[in-house]
Design a binder for this molecule. Structure first.
Ligand SMILES: [Zn+2]
Ligand SMILES: [Zn+2]
Length: 286
């Protein structure tokens, strides 16, 4: 009986990879966005370009999510924010979008609203008769560890290190059936490793260690130093996962540099993780 209840609870939580891409425009890998669906609640992590189309493709709500969690303010993770704000309004959102993220998120949303003020005036005052103020965002700049705690779901902020960014976060999502950890963008992070201990799923960013080399462009000589300060290699993910022991490791936001899936998986093994590891693709569900 208990086993059945646990199974039911687990089946009630689904991870949906909405966008597994990087700044490079790729029709097969949309901008960073990950959803955790628990019953009728949808928790969205990052709003990269294409997020609204991917929500529609995944048959998730296009008229507003339960809450949005931004990992950091890099453009590849936030270019979909105006789309999320305005399109969900036009699709029927009536309440403020609850959005958690680093300091600066409030200024960003204020500026987005300012930039689209003519659109807002036409939609509210003209014949479209959109719900006044339905585009608004209730911004919660992160100052505590537990961000959301309601009806069996907790979302915790994990401070990570992403190069020069003053604030960047991974997130740990605890539901009645699953513990899911998303890394955001980070170099190898002890805090993330601790948060991922025993998780059901760890979704981690990655690049292939063996491909790291200066790039043939002005400033390209600092590319390896940039990658080491801002991101995590396959071998480093393997080392982290070997310590944290998630039941499933999903590689995401892959800065490929021509590296193959096989190379990445071998790199993870070289780091010491021999558990189940997959390459994430858009619209996959776990
Ligand atoms: Zn990124
Ligand atoms: Zn970033």
């Amino acid at each position: 009986m208990l086993h059945l209840l646990l199974q039911l609870a687990a089946s009630g939580t689904t991870l949906v990879l909405l966008g597994t891409g990087t700044p490079r425009p790729n029709p097969d890998a949309s901008g960073p966005a990950t959803a955790v669906v628990v019953g009728n609640r949808t928790f969205l992590f990052d709003a990269g370009p294409g997020v609204m189309r991917q929500l529609a493709a995944a048959k998730l709500p296009i008229n507003g999510v339960t809450a949005l969690f931004i990992t950091h303010l890099h453009s590849d993770h936030t270019l979909g924010l105006p789309d999320l704000m305005f399109t969900s309004w036009v699709m029927g959102r009536q309440k403020s979008l609850v959005a958690f993220g680093p300091r600066g998120l409030r200024a960003m949303t204020d500026h987005i609203i300012e930039a689209w003020k003519e659109d807002i005036a036409i939609r509210e005052g003209g014949l479209e008769k959109e719900v006044p103020g339905g585009y608004r965002v209730s911004v919660r700049e992160i100052s505590t560890r537990v961000l959301y705690d309601s009806a069996g779901v907790r979302v915790l902020a994990i401070p990570v290190e992403h190069g020069d960014w003053a604030e960047a976060y991974g997130y740990r999502i605890e539901t009645p059936g699953k513990v899911i950890v998303v890394s955001g963008d980070t170099r190898p992070s002890a805090a993330l490793e601790a948060a991922a201990r025993g998780a059901d799923i760890l979704v981690h960013e990655v690049y292939p260690e063996g491909r790291l080399a200066p790039e043939p462009r002005p400033g390209g000589e600092s590319w390896p130093a940039y990658m080491r300060a801002f991101h995590t290699s396959d071998v480093e993910v393997g080392r982290l996962a070997a310590a944290a022991k998630p039941k499933l490791l999903i590689l995401n936001h892959i800065v490929r540099m021509q590296g193959t899936d096989e190379e990445l998986l071998a790199g993870v093994k070289r780091g010491g993780f021999t558990g189940r590891t997959v390459i994430g693709h858009d619209l996959e569900r776990y």
